[in-house]
Write a protein that binds this ligand. Structure first.
Ligand code: ADP
Ligand code: MG
Length: 264
């Protein structure tokens, strides 16, 4: 079955009075297992805020988020204030989601336990480590014993432990070296292909989105200015802001086969 997470006319507001920030202003988006969605835009454009609203970590001021037609708020959670189990998120800094005093194996087993996943948790943790390209022996190590890229793999394994139907990656590879970044992007791509996971990728880097996503939504000041199939967006951007963003991509980062002038 194909999964679909839909945001409809979502508004998110932080703070009150003079500190009020209207961070997301009426955005609609669909994340489905059929088409991976990329969310682009400069820093401060509201990408992370939208992502948090989409996975149920933030409550929108207005608008709705539904999963396969049911309101997100009604889906089973693992605790008060926690996000629904069907959606998981991978963040830029994996250390923030990993307990430094817990071995990797324990961290994954904890996720399995808390979410009442049946079966042999030890075997399942080993399977998950295998999926993200780590060794069985890595289960008894601590987060600090890994590189940044490996830690991101662990965070992905932990997110997958919950058997989500939707995975949102927010700048998940932005802090990694280019070669490590490529490996993690390949991993996300493979996981999506093999598991049918609905994927949304938030990145200020358009090349990351181009690699992983079927559609790209461009955000500016809390508004989605353009949402189009990736290829069309690169070849014929409609919005001036999208053109500006594409123009800001360093020349060397544009894969061969694309005529830059047509993108400008
Ligand atoms: N917790 C918060 N409290 C108040 N304002 C916030 C908070 N998080 C983000 N903002 C503001 O909301 C806007 C959008 O931020 P964010 O969603 O983080 O953008 P992006 O991920 O595109 O960089 C910015 O103006 C930012 O300063
Ligand atoms: Mg962000």
């Amino acid at each position: 079955m194909s999964s679909e997470l839909r945001a409809d006319d979502v508004h998110v507001v932080y703070g009150h009075g003079a500190n009020r920030v209207h961070a997301v202003r009426g955005v609609s988006a669909t994340i489905s297992s059929d088409r991976a969605l990329g969310i682009a835009g400069e820093s401060g454009s509201g990408k992370s805020t939208l992502a948090r609203a989409i996975i149920g970590l933030l409550e929108p001021a207005s608008g709705s988020v539904t999963f396969n037609g049911a309101p997100l708020a009604e889906l089973p959670k693992r605790g008060e204030g926690s996000r629904p189990r069907v959606v998981q998120m991978v963040f830029q800094d994996p250390m923030s989601s990993l307990n430094p005093r817990m071995t990797v194996g324990d961290a994954i087993r904890e996720a399995l336990q808390v979410n009442d996943i049946p079966g042999d948790h030890r075997a399942e943790a080993r399977r998950l480590l295998g999926i993200v390209g780590l060794e069985v022996a890595d289960a008894s190590k601590y987060p600090f014993q890994f590189s940044g890229g490996q830690r991101q793999r662990i965070a992905i394994a932990r997110a997958l432990a919950v058997r989500p139907e939707v995975l949102v990656a927010d700048e998940a590879t932005s802090a990694l070296d280019v070669s490590v970044q490529a490996a993690v992007l390949n991993l996300l791509r493979d996981i999506r292909k093999e598991s049918g996971l609905a994927l949304a990728v938030v990145s200020h880097n358009l090349d990351v989105l181009r690699y992983l996503c079927d559609d790209i939504m461009v955000m500016r000041r809390g508004v989605a200015v353009e949402t189009r199939p990736t290829k069309a967006l690169f070849e014929d951007p409609h919005d001036p802001y999208t053109k500006m963003l594409l123009g800001a991509v360093p020349r060397f980062a544009v894969p061969p086969g694309i005529d830059r002038r047509s993108a400008l």
